[in-house]
Design a protein around this ligand. Structure first.
Ligand SMILES: [Fe+2]
Ligand SMILES: [Fe+2]
Length: 409
């Protein structure tokens, strides 16, 4: 005996033979009289919330039509129309329908819903579906013998796709329902394609960002190697810059995004040293005044170099990097170089990198000097032996110094 000619039992919640689906429909045994808003609310709690619906993936292709009607003949007629195309499930009242729908809404491609039923009627089912935001995903067709325009209008207002009058004309119903299901399918596929494309673009953008970050780190480390350092200096500058800007009064008004860009830019502060001849850059002894002038030029040269890379302009770190490269040797008292900027004329990020640079130089061993202790370094900075700094920056620095010190242990 096939599914089509199986005698219908009033308690069959689903297509005979579809045992799994029937098992899922816990509420399918409920009596029509039991249908009520309270029970619908209880169903709601045990199954899914509106937020679950919103989080739906479009990746599942729904393939089942739910036929809701208290008349077994109508269910049979409708089932026969659509069985060649879709899986069919049946419910004999509103509450059964809702129970099936809420258990696994993803599998339904359409709902054929009778208007007049005992207990929870078609309109009440509709209202429940609207409340759960399901009508945007599943097209609903109201089946009714009523000719009252108010009912038709009420159903349309709630969002049904179509109202189909009884007696049922199979050919017309088939055409109307199938075309709407196809419309929903193509909409879903289009949305899938758009989402796939968006994900690909995002992935590509992330890869470009991480590639450019990697290039910047490599470039900064390469410059430092010429200087006889290991690349650790720029990494520490980066960390100190972050510590001084993140969650401190200095970083107020800067977004996380900007702080990320600044810490990346900080690594390029000495990029201009690439243009300084080895004889001067690596000279072990004291520099002559002329040689010192050449060294000083690494600020201007660095900014110009960065400005000359068209692709670099695209990066969020660009403006910060140019500013930091040019101004990380300016002093709060105006006696720095190359522009002799004074006080708050110097951007906060250039100030932060300047202090980080000085502190790290003091705490590190160089060919010409030993590393200073933490206390010595702090003292020298506070006494103004190594430059002149914004008092607010010094305050923040002193508070953050224990965290910074961890890197030198
Ligand atoms: Fe420098
Ligand atoms: Fe440096």
């Amino acid at each position: 005996m096939t599914a089509a000619n199986t005698p219908y039992s009033a308690n069959d919640a689903a297509t005979p033979g579809d045992a799994q689906d029937a098992a899922r429909s816990g509420g399918a045994q409920g009596s029509p009289e039991a249908g009520s808003t309270q029970e619908a609310a209880a169903l709601d709690a045990e199954t899914l919330r509106a937020s679950d619906i919103l989080a739906w993936s479009f990746s599942v292709e729904p393939d089942t039509i739910l036929i809701v009607d208290d008349d077994p003949i109508t269910r049979l007629v409708l089932g026969e129309i659509f069985r060649p195309y879709y899986k069919i499930e049946e419910a004999e009242n509103g509450l059964q329908a809702l129970s099936l729908l809420l258990a696994d809404p993803l599998r339904y491609c359409a709902i054929l819903l009778d208007f007049a039923m005992e207990g929870m009627d078609g309109l009440e089912v509709l209202q429940n579906l609207v409340k759960r935001n399901l009508l945007t995903r599943i097209p609903v067709f109201l089946i009714t013998a009523e000719t009252d325009f108010g009912i038709t209008k009420g159903a349309y207002d709630l969002g049904v796709m179509d109202v189909i009058g009884k007696p049922i004309v199979p050919y017309v119903v088939e055409r109307r329902v199938n075309s709407v299901i196809e419309l929903y399918q193509s909409r879903r596929r289009l949305r899938n394609a758009v989402e796939d494309q968006q994900a690909q673009l995002l992935d590509q953008a992330n890869r470009i960002i991480s590639l450019s970050n990697g290039m910047i780190e490599a470039l900064a480390a390469a410059i430092e190697f010429r200087d006889g350092e290991s690349g650790e200096h720029v990494r520490r500058i980066r960390t100190i810059t972050r510590i001084l800007l993140e969650g401190t009064p200095l970083g107020e008004g800067l977004s996380t995004h900007q702080i990320n860009a600044i810490e990346l830019a900080s690594m390029l502060h000495d990029v201009g040293k690439i243009a300084i001849p080895d004889a001067i850059l690596c000279k072990p002894g004291r520099l002559t005044p002329e040689e010192f002038e050449v060294i000083k030029s690494h600020t201007v040269v660095g900014a110009e170099l960065l400005e000359g890379i068209p692709q670099f302009r695209e990066l969020d770190a660009f403006d910060f990097a140019v500013d930091i490269a040019r101004h990380h040797h300016e002093r709060w008292d105006g006696r720095g170089y190359p522009d002799g900027l004074e006080g708050s004329q110097i951007s906060i990020w250039a100030q932060v990198v300047a202090l980080a640079d000085v502190y790290d130089a003091l705490r590190s061993k160089r060919v010409y000097k030993d590393a200073f202790t933490r206390e010595q370094a702090l003292q020298m900075i506070t006494d103004g032996e190594c430059g002149s700094f914004n008092p607010e920056l010094l305050e923040t620095f002193k508070a953050a110094e224990p965290a910074i010190d961890m890197m030198y242990r």
